[in-house]
Design a binder for this molecule. Structure first.
Ligand code: 13P
Length: 287
């Protein structure tokens, strides 16, 4: 059964580790992530962007697929199904469809409007026992058509949103979706520290987990980050393994063209990436 992300994130914040949110794109992605979480005895959050939701034929299809896998694969670790960077309408649609967690990204609205909309969704999620993530200060780069300028959040605005009763809070701290440019200035630990000072026990979320050096990840966790989002890195691992398979001509040998064979190296590569991240984030054995 899907669970809210609240308990797993409270435990992570108290235990000084982070739970990974891995974005899903299809059946192979979902299966690889769930099997790895089970193998690592780690809690996990499956992230679904609005674009990926559309690609997978809508939120109800996603809920059906994930619930089916939890049962058929005997997944017993805590799993939350979470809308990533949701619009106000998208958030409502996922609540209806049976997600167990949503993110409402109101970072592009003026703070008053972000507060008003977040507040309304907090009330709905509370009633349904769902977790809700809010965002202050946009995350840089582009993800699935959502383009962020990449700014450092104002800690006072973070406190305003945290006080609305959200479960977890994403604050821009110089992080970027996708690959980091050569001249990236790194995470702003000064901002993160100031946000944590004001928001206390609130689990903080680090977006753009792909390509952040290990020492920065560890420092971010020590300063209150309890959820780290990874998307691009699984896509890169999948693409690389699939490319190798095809370039080696394996799809032309015997029944190598069978999608169950052709997609297998990519699925294995996703598993390896997820495991590596769970080890780095410290969530192994924390289910
Ligand atoms: P990356 O694609 O950079 O890993 O970011 C993922 C993310 O933050 C999803 O919200």
């Amino acid at each position: 059964m899907l669970v809210s992300a609240e308990e797993m994130l409270k435990k992570a914040k108290a235990g000084k580790y982070a739970v990974g949110q891995f974005n899903i794109n299809n059946l192979e992605w979902t299966k690889s992530i769930l099997l790895t979480a089970q193998e690592c005895n780690s809690p996990v959050i499956l992230g679904v962007s609005e674009g990926a939701g559309k690609y997978m034929c809508g939120y109800k299809t996603v809920v059906g697929m994930v619930n089916g896998m939890l049962e058929e694969l005997n997944i017993t670790v805590p799993v939350a199904l979470h809308l990533d960077h949701g619009s106000y309408e998208g958030a409502k649609a996922c609540i209806e469809a049976g997600f167990s967690s949503i993110m409402f990204d109101g970072s592009h609205y003026p703070i008053e409007e972000n507060v008003a909309k977040t507040k309304e969704l907090v009330a709905i999620c509370k009633e349904k026992g769902m977790s809700i993530e809010a965002e202050v200060g946009s995350i840089g780069g582009e993800e699935d058509g959502v383009v962020g300028a990449g700014e450092c959040a104002d800690p006072k605005e973070c406190k305003m949103i945290a006080d609305l009763g959200v479960t977890m809070l994403a604050a821009g701290i110089g992080n970027i979706h996708g690959k980091y440019p050569e001249n990236w200035a790194g995470l702003s630990f000064e901002t993160l520290d100031a946000v944590q000072q004001l928001t206390g026990d609130m689990p903080l979320v680090l977006h753009g987990g792909t390509g952040i050096p290990e020492d920065m990840i560890k420092k971010a966790i020590s300063l209150g980050v309890s959820k780290i989002n990874v998307n691009t890195e699984c896509q890169l691992s999948f693409a690389e393994a699939t490319r190798k398979y095809i370039e080696a001509g394996k799809d032309l040998e015997g029944k190598g063209f069978d999608p169950r064979k052709l997609l297998a190296p990519g699925a294995e590569a996703i598993k390896a990436t997820v495991k590596e991240k769970m080890e780095l984030f410290g969530s192994v054995g924390k289910a």
